[in-house]
Design a protein around this ligand. Structure first.
Ligand SMILES: C[S@@+](CC[C@H](N)C(=O)[O-])C[C@H]1O[C@@H](n2cnc3c(N)ncnc32)[C@H](O)[C@@H]1O
Length: 251
């Protein structure tokens, strides 16, 4: 229903309306779209672009055998990766995009019975495979967490280390995910991006599934995340491990 009014009140309400319109306008002027979409794109991507790169398709649970392939140790140097993560007994580690748990189980061994691995994935089938593996191997310090495309569903300020092996480039909402990941870290906590090196054309992985160190740094070093680059470990045959530390915004 519309009320017809006149006189000074009209002027006042109009002015209020104008303020509201100005607010809306300034909001939309400030908001340049975080994500853009293109029809013409890499067939292995989703046609959605973020900070100059195309987001890759999520690997389906049908790919579990590839994750579990025995030659993976030799191809990817998983033990070198575990060394690079500098794990300690008692740590709380979130393995985001845990898949069938290849990396989670290796981490679980290092953090020991007093430590915890929060194995996050958005596919229940992956978490089911991980739970079956833990049961078979008698591993009790891995907690499966069903995440969402915009949230890993971790409690703020509770995690010592977040690890993402071959996954960040396929997040549908990388900004929202990284924002929550950063918040989940304790002050001084670390987040490690393990990505196939885009700088190296000989790494036999599809282009949208690779990331350069510069791209990882560009995305992670946005000031609102309070993440500071700590180191890049280049000892792995195909991937780099780009590590950031959460700084205390009050320091
Ligand atoms: C290529 S697999 C890697 C699995 C595991 N990190 C490994 O190296 O064995 C990527 C995994 O990330 C998961 N994933 C994709 N987007 C995700 C998100 N927003 N949150 C959590 N997991 C996600 C997929 O479901 C898939 O299991």
């Amino acid at each position: 229903m519309r009320t017809v009014i006149s006189g000074p009140l009209t002027l006042l309400l109009l002015l209020c309306g104008m303020v509201a319109i100005a607010d809306d306008a300034s909001e939309s002027a400030e908001e340049s779209p975080r994500y853009t979409f293109r029809e013409l794109h890499d067939p292995n991507g989703i046609g959605k672009f973020y900070m100059g790169r195309e987001i890759a398709r999520v690997m389906g649970h049908q790919g579990i055998n590839w994750l579990e392939r025995p030659e993976r140790e030799q191809e990817e140097g998983l033990s070198l990766l575990i060394d690079a993560l500098k794990l300690k007994p008692g740590m709380v580690v979130a393995d985001i995009g845990a898949g069938s748990g290849v990396i989670s189980t290796l981490i679980a061994k290092e953090v020991g019975p007093k430590g915890t691995v929060l194995a996050v994935d958005i596919q229940q089938e992956m978490l089911d495979a991980l739970a079956a593996k833990c049961k078979k191997l008698g591993i009790e310090n891995i907690e499966p967490v069903l995440g969402e495309t915009k949230s890993p569903r971790l409690k703020p300020g509770t995690v010592d280390l977040v690890v993402m092996v071959d996954v960040y480039h396929e997040f549908d909402f990388p900004y929202e995910m990284l924002s929550e990941i950063a918040m989940s870290l304790k002050p001084g906590g670390r987040v490690a991006f393990v990505e196939y090196r885009k700088e190296d054309p000989t790494v036999p992985i599809k282009e949208v599934h690779k990331m350069s160190q510069a791209q990882v740094r560009k995305e992670a070093e946005q000031s609102e995340f309070d993440l500071k680059w700590k180191e890049t470990v280049d000892t792995l045959p195909r991937q780099h491990v780009v590590v950031f530390e959460r700084i205390d915004p009050l320091d």
